[in-house]
Ligand binder design. Structure first.
Ligand SMILES: Nc1nc2c(c(=O)[nH]1)N[C@H]1C(S)=C(S)[C@@H](COP(=O)(O)O)O[C@H]1N2
Ligand SMILES: [Mo]
Length: 335
């Protein structure tokens, strides 16, 4: 947790809620939250378009809206599982949350300006700016045109049925389902259709997998992961049946199964998948465990998605510490 700029994990007691209340949501900010007057805010659409335009919030609200439930995880989440610890926010496991987002498909917004055929990427620039090692910059990221035109990529106005709060990008942010959080640019004020790849600081110096002996790869889809919501870490429970539960998600495919290894054992037992099934949201899982004895127990959980991706036992180290998705464990005291 850091105060200025503010970075905070999800409230631990909110992990088990399918929709994360706004006040409990994780926050990731690279620079100070920009001051924006929603009545005057204009979204500029420029670059490789037929008609460069500016749209106010009222113009956007007049376009057909969609609502999607979306789980977003910060690419640096669980970085502290890596050794040596890479630079960046020292997240434990709580840089993940789920919201109901209402907005206009980015494709419909671009259509207003008439996207030209030679556009290959859509750059989204936030109103926030500050110093980076390569000079003063706005938070800005580009999306390949196919992802930008995906009907589920939104220019969002609302989260959980209310106008977006300033901390979470209000009045306007991108929501890019399936991708790590950096793609969902907050306080978006400018879209530019590009005919050459964007190479700004937050595109080429950050949010890339840097591994020795390999060419750097962009960080995109969220890797498969499961976490515990109950019991809470270090919780004391009575000897008797214990409901073990949590959440699991993957940016590549639906969750196919979650398994739990009980009492430090190597045998994996399949949990039940329960609760709402939304294409871009985490899935709840649960399992009833009957502890065999009093004392301390270690439980582990592991998710597999429908593409066959499974969590590794050991995290894959990379220089900037992204995509850490090794199997998590929880310590339970049985009294
Ligand atoms: N303009 C802007 N957008 C941004 C960021 C930022 O610093 N500035 N941080 C990104 C990152 S790294 C993440 S993980 C998500 C976090 O969204 P949240 O704070 O609403 O949870 O916002 C993304 N969008
Ligand atoms: Mo992030």
């Amino acid at each position: 947790m850091r105060e200025a700029p503010r970075n905070a994990e999800i409230a631990p007691d909110a992990v088990g809620s399918f929709i994360t209340p706004a006040a409990a949501r994780f926050v990731r900010t690279n620079f100070a939250v920009p001051r924006i007057d929603p009545r005057r805010h204009r979204l500029e659409i420029a670059g490789a378009v037929e008609r460069p335009i500016h749209l106010g919030l009222a113009d956007l609200r007049a376009l057909p809206r969609r609502t999607l439930v979306v789980t977003t995880e910060c690419a640096g989440n669980q970085r502290t599982s890596l050794s040596p610890l890479p630079p960046g926010e020292p997240w434990l496991g709580g840089a993940v949350s789920t919201g109901t987002f209402t907005g206009i498909p980015l494709a419909a917004v671009l259509e207003r300006a008439g996207l030209r055929k030679d556009a290959i990427e859509i750059l989204a620039e936030g109103a926030d700016a500050g110093k980076t090692p390569s000079g003063e910059a706005h938070f800005a990221r580009s999306l390949p045109v196919v992802k930008a035109l995906d009907p589920d990529t939104l220019v969002a106005l609302e989260m959980n049925g209310k106008p977006l709060t300033p901390a979470h990008g209000g009045p306007l942010r991108l929501i890019v389902p399936g991708w790590y959080g950096m793609a969902s640019v907050k306080w978006v004020s400018r879209l530019e259709a590009l005919t050459a790849p964007f190479a700004g600081y937050f595109q080429s110096e950050r949010y890339v997998f840097v591994e020795s002996g390999r060419t750097a790869q962009p960080v995109r889809e969220m890797r498969v992961k499961a976490l515990f919501s109950s019991p809470a870490p270090g919780a004391a429970v009575e000897l008797g049946p214990v409901l073990v539960s949590g959440m699991a998600w993957s940016g590549s495919a639906p969750i196919a199964k979650v398994e739990v290894a009980l009492a430090g054992g190597s045998e994996w037992i399949e949990a039940r998948l329960t609760g709402p099934e939304e294409k871009h949201a985490w899935r709840r899982w649960e399992l009833t465990w009957i502890p065999p004895w009093r004392g301390r127990h270690v439980l582990r959980c592991r998710a597999t998605d429908a593409s066959g991706n499974v969590q590794p036992d050991v995290p894959r180290w990379n220089a900037l510490g992204y995509g850490a998705n090794a199997v998590q464990s929880v310590l339970v005291d049985v009294r």
